[in-house]
Write a protein that binds this ligand. Structure first.
Ligand code: F6P
Length: 373
């Protein structure tokens, strides 16, 4: 019997989403003879049952395009915000899945999507997820599509910042994305030759960063380029942040959880400008003029690089194999040159951060890059 499959993209967009839709779709439709529909705008479209037909020509010309042809959103299936209220939409989604005659649902997303997918899988749906994020923070997979492209973009930016920092004898701090993980900043910082790299996993002190800048000045380098992860914190801020997070994790009642979340949001808000604060502190300590460049959404936009196109295409094709074999409740993880099905229970709710003994960390230390500790 012909299998009918739904596909969606959820969470923040990342380069390579369209390449996965294409890789999955071509394999599913042309190789296995399945039918494919797309849900628009992520979980929102799944709840509202807004779909498009992806058979025919819809998959042509999208390998190289940025963003997602399906649109995306950051909703949660069990706490879907409608008219200001958080509603459990899992039953509605289950109903839509059956009324659309689906045999499987393929979800492209990051950590949040893995949690959504696990809930749908627990509710009896045949779900497969694929690892999307520029942050590279999804547990269970070697890497995620979008990451390699973001590293390219951020490396190019760091390269460019070098010549202007050098010309003006300035410190330039480049703030990179990555949420609570330092993969993107560490990779691009190393590839771009940053003098200091600050990541969430290693809380920094202004004194240690300033010492590295001074060390360079003594050697005749009157400029420094610093790659700062958006989630990096100085040691004091980190202690406040961790305490606020612990309150959220430990909160028993929903009332306590609401209060703890509000407190965490306040702490996050007060730390939002941390890169500018560090720049001011360094200017005072070192006497060098300091400037900040926030790379922001540039890191997520535009065409995927060739590494991501290849990864996206082969993971997409493997996902179609898994639908055919009826292997569900899994993430299609990148493993070396191949792919592996990892149960969602080993992925959902877990964050892959940079281990302190990781080779990239050790390499940075060996070549004299300051890590702020
Ligand atoms: O997870 C991807 C990511 O780009 C993070 O690096 C960043 O913190 C976040 O998304 C930004 O999210 P939003 O698109 O909701 O502003």
């Amino acid at each position: 019997m012909t299998k009918r499959v739904g596909i969606l993209t959820a969470g923040g967009d990342a380069p390579g989403l369209n390449a996965v839709i294409r890789g999955f779709g071509k394999t599913a439709i042309w190789h296995y003879g399945m039918q494919l529909i797309g849900f628009l705008d992520g979980i929102k479209g799944l709840v509202e049952n807004r779909t498009i037909d992806l058979n025919g020509n819809a998959l042509s010309g999208i390998l190289t395009t940025g963003g997602t042809i399906l649109g995306t959103s950051r909703d949660k299936v069990h706490k879907y915000v409608r008219d200001g209220q958080a509603v459990d939409m899992v039953p509605t989604i289950v109903e839509n899945y059956h009324s659309d005659g689906l045999d499987a649902l393929v979800m492209l997303g990051g950590g949040g999507t893995a949690k959504n997918a696990k809930r749908l899988s627990d509710a009896g749906l045949n779900v497969i997820t694929l690892p999307k994020t520029i942050d590279n923070d999804i547990a269970g997979t070697d890497t995620s599509f979008g990451f390699a492209t973001a590293v390219e973009i951020a490396t190019d930016a760091i390269d460019r910042l070098h010549s202007t920092a050098h010309s003006h004898h300035r410190i330039i701090l480049a703030e990179l994305m990555g949420h609570r993980a330092g993969w993107l900043t560490l990779a691009a910082g190393l590839a771009g030759g940053a003098d200091v790299i600050l990541i969430p996993e290693i809380p920094y002190s202004v004194e240690a960063v300033a010492a590295k800048v001074h060390e360079r000045m003594e050697r005749g380098s009157t400029f420094s380029v610093i790659a700062v992860a958006e989630g990096a914190r100085d040691q004091n801020d980190k202690a406040d942040y961790d305490a606020a997070r612990l309150l959220v994790d430990k909160a028993g009642s929903s009332e306590a959880r609401r209060a703890a979340r509000a407190h965490l949001a306040n702490v996050e808000d007060s730390q939002r400008e941390h890169t500018f604060k560090l720049a001011r502190d360094l200017e005072t300590t070192t006497g060098l003029e300091s400037r900040v460049t926030i790379l922001g959404y540039v890191q997520r936009g535009g065409a995927p690089c060739s590494t991501d196109r290849l990864l996206a295409t082969r993971l997409g094709a493997t996902a179609a194999d898994l639908v055919m074999e009826e292997v569900f409740g899994v993430l299609v993880a990148a493993r070396g040159d191949g792919a592996e099905a990892v149960p969602l229970s080993q992925v959902a709710g877990k964050l892959k951060t940079v281990p302190l003994d990781h080779d990239w960390v050790q390499t940075a230390r060996k070549i004299g890059v300051g890590l702020g500790d």
